[in-house]
Design a protein. Structure first.
Length: 501
């Protein structure tokens, strides 16, 4: 699914109205009906009271439409509408439709005293994608009230008001803190970034039937990766496949006390479909690995507790480096030599291998089309501080392009950034996956895919999605708090099955 900026969405809105021969008023009704249907399943309408805060534009128009639909659905509804001289035409038309429907509509301004009861649902329909700059300070008392007053839940239509869709919103800006955001048709970049974590606790994208031809023909360099996209990329075996068809991969890493990282990565590589997996660890890891995973071959180097020499990798289809590697200076020296000696080998680089590359300032030695999978702290060591998520993405885009490598920035919506400057936000995964070893599993999975013949970009996109989906399937039976990295490995098979459906 493409991600558009606000201007592109507004153009899409216009195209839809013209191509589908419907009025913008009808489109608003169609969009809001989708929100209504979601609320209908989230709450028992006839027992729920909604207080809807409406702005002066079409986001406010959505709120007014929703008021009507909720009232017809049996809910209690109260509307607060921003006082102004000029409303958008669809907003004004929806105000007219509220007359004689026994809905209390109270106009307010930034100085008004508002009232919400503790069991009301607050609906925020103040500002959507038409917001062109951060809200003025005069709005602070209203938003402080909306964000702090006790209530059942806070719902935003399209955007949490105050959040800009496609450029950064300053940290101190005034923004509504939504429990759930129902956004229309396509996700907006700001909704997917961790800078918005206080404002978007849950996100749902509602298909409102906007013009597909226009979406198809409009250029975008950002995508939201969903199951359908991954389904088209996933390869499968044939009757006559042999283990050589599924790639021979090697995972290099481990140090005393961190052999578990290699166990997780190797198991995940096997479960993702590699024909042959070899792990290369220091001596102390040998018995552990051979005992933990019979399917994996184990090779060791001269070092007892850490890797002193890297192996020859010319006979492998893909190489994953870094899980549990440690930062010993001999390991660091060996890694730098390894990078210089293997300029033509695509690598998957994680954890301490990334930290060593930062320390040694040798990103330029990383082979082209390698995949780097930093978490937040590893990325900071690599590129320094950033001002905000948009700035972070820009910086990483430049690096990806300069070095011709892929970055996988791990997070809630893990972001894959390719050298051609396209970016992919992942849609699968859950907070239970914020636990040790989950990154090692991902490295094993991506290495496996690379070895199976996926391009670097595909291996990253598919690996990240499958990994998140395995986590989503795991929490069908396990509480997110109890999820551990090995639960992901166990569910890779179910993730494949679900994608194939
Ligand atoms: N694009 C689409 O496909 C659809 C859009 N719809 C709704 O329409 C919304 C967009 O509507 P609009 O374009 O009317 O815009 P909004 O309703 O988001 O906001 C526009 C109003 O906010 C004011 N405003 C903008 N920036 C401001 C600021 N910094 N401080 C104070 N006031 C500010 C504008 O002057 C205008 O009055 C979407 O977010 C969505 O909710 C839906 O009705 C259905 C379809
Ligand atoms: K809103």
């Amino acid at each position: 699914m493409k991600i558009f900026n606000a201007a592109q969405i507004q153009a899409l809105d216009k195209e839809t109205v013209s191509n589908q021969y419907i009025s913008s008023f009808k489109l608003m009704e169609r969009a809001t009906t989708k929100v209504f249907e979601k609320l209908q399943t989230r709450y028992k309408l006839y027992q729920t009271s909604f207080v809807i805060f409406c702005g002066t534009g079409n986001n406010g128009g959505d709120g007014l439409t929703l008021a009507r639909l909720l009232k017809e659905g049996g809910a209690m509804v109260k509307v607060f509408l921003v006082q102004t001289k000029k409303y958008s035409p669809d907003n004004a038309q929806n105000q007219d439709l509220l007359e004689d429907r026994d809905i209390n509509v109270e106009k307010f301004n930034t100085k008004s005293k508002l009232k919400v009861k503790k069991d009301d649902v607050i609906v925020d329909a103040l500002f959507g994608i038409g917001l062109h700059s951060p809200l003025d300070e005069e709005w602070r008392p209203i938003f402080d009230f909306l964000n702090e007053t006790p209530c059942l839940e806070r719902v935003s239509i399209d955007m949490p008001s105050g959040l800009l869709a496609d450029v950064t919103t300053p940290i101190e800006a005034i923004v509504f803190k939504a429990d759930v955001v129902y956004t229309f048709q396509l996700p907006k970049t700001a909704l997917l970034l961790s800078d918005a974590k206080e404002y978007v606790k849950e996100l749902e994208i509602l298909d409102i039937g906007l013009d597909l031809d226009y979406i198809e023909s409009t250029k975008s360099d950002a995508y939201f990766v969903e199951q359908e996209k991954v389904r088209n990329l996933v390869k499968s075996g044939t009757k006559f496949s042999s283990k050589d068809d599924f790639g021979r991969v090697i995972l290099i890493g481990g140090s005393k006390g961190k052999i578990g990282a290699m166990t997780l990565a190797s198991k995940a590589a096997m479960n993702t479909g590699s024909g042959i997996v070899t792990t290369y660890v220091p001596n102390c890891g040998y018995t552990i690995l051979q005992t933990a995973i019979p399917e994996v071959m184990c090779d060791t180097c001269a070092g007892e507790d850490y890797i002193k020499v890297f192996p020859s990798v010319e006979h492998y289809d893909a190489v994953g480096v870094g899980c549990g590697l440690g930062l010993h200076k001999d390991t660091a020296t060996a890694l730098v030599t390894f990078l210089k000696d293997n300029k033509d080998k695509k690598l998957v680089i994680d954890a301490d291998a990334l930290n060593i590359i930062s320390e040694q300032k040798c990103l330029d030695k990383v082979p082209v089309e390698s995949i780097l999978t930093p978490h937040e702290k590893e990325l900071k060591r690599l590129i320094g501080e950033w001002d905000n998520d948009f700035d972070k993405i820009d910086k990483v885009k430049q690096l990806a392009k300069k070095h011709n490598v892929i970055f996988v920035l791990k997070g809630a919506h893990t972001i894959t950034i390719a050298p051609d400057e396209t970016i992919y936000f992942n849609s699968s995964g859950n907070w239970g996956m914020a636990t040790a070893g989950v990154g090692d599993t991902l490295t094993g999975m991506i290495t496996s895919l690379l070895g199976q013949g996926y391009t670097s970009k595909e291996a990253a996109i598919v690996g990240v999605y499958l990994h998140g989906l395995a986590g989503d399937i795991a929490i069908e039976n396990i509480h997110p708090h109890s999820l551990v990295a090995s639960d992901l490995g166990k569910n890779i098979s179910s993730a494949y099955n679900q994608i194939a459906l």
